[in-house]
Design a protein. Sequence first.
Length: 237
Amino acid sequence: MKIVVTVDTGTGEETTTVGAVEMLPAEQVESAAARVRSIFLKRDNVHYDDVLNAINSALKGRADADEDRAVAKNLRSRFRAADPDYPVTSQGKRWDGGSISNKQLSGAWLYGHLLHEDEKRRSYTEPLALEEAYISATKTVCLEMIAVVSTLHLIERLQVKGWLGLPETVFTDAVTITASSWMQPGHVMALLAPKDTPLPESLDRDLLESGVWKPVTEVFPLPGSLPREDEHRAGSS
C-alpha cells in the first residue's frame, strides 16, 4: 500500500491519497501456486513439515550439524509465515462477518478461486475486491517459492556432504516443460488395417508380416507417387 500525503504550505491543507498497487501477472502467480501447492497440503508426503522432519532425522546425532539444524528451523518458520492455514485454518468455515486477516484472504483466493472450488473459503472475499485477495495470495505464493528454493539448497548441501544418500535422479529428472514442440523419438511407421482388426498385443513383432497391416502409403498413395493424368491415358490406351 502506498499512501501519499500532500500539504499545502500556504493554507496548511492536507490531502491524502492511496496509490495504486502494482500486481504481478496472474498467469505467473497461478503457475507458481500450482507448483508449490503440494508443499502445503498436509496429505501430501512432500508437505514442508514432513520434509523438514526428514532433514532433522538425517542431522540427528551429528555434532557438526548445528548450522544446518538452525537453517532447517528457520525454514520451518518461513513456511509457516507463508502457509495460509497456519496456525489457524479457514478451511470448512464461512466468513462470519468479523475481521479478515491477510492469510484468510490469501487462502480464499488460492483455494476458493484458483486451486479448488471452495464456496466457504470464497466467502472471505465477499466484502472486499477480488484484487485485494489476489495481492495477499501473491505475497503468500512468493514467500512459498523462496522457502521451497531455500529448502532445495539445504538438501543439495546435505547431499554433497553425504548425509542424505538421495538418488541422483532426484536432481536430474526433468520436472518442467520448456520446449514449444516435441518429436516422437525412435523409428515411426504409419500402418493401417481393416476397421474391425483387433489391436496387436505387442508392437515388438513385425506387423507387416501379418499381411493385415499395411503401410499407409499402400492404402492411400502419396500424391507424388500417383501417375500423372497423361501417363495414365497413355498406359490405358
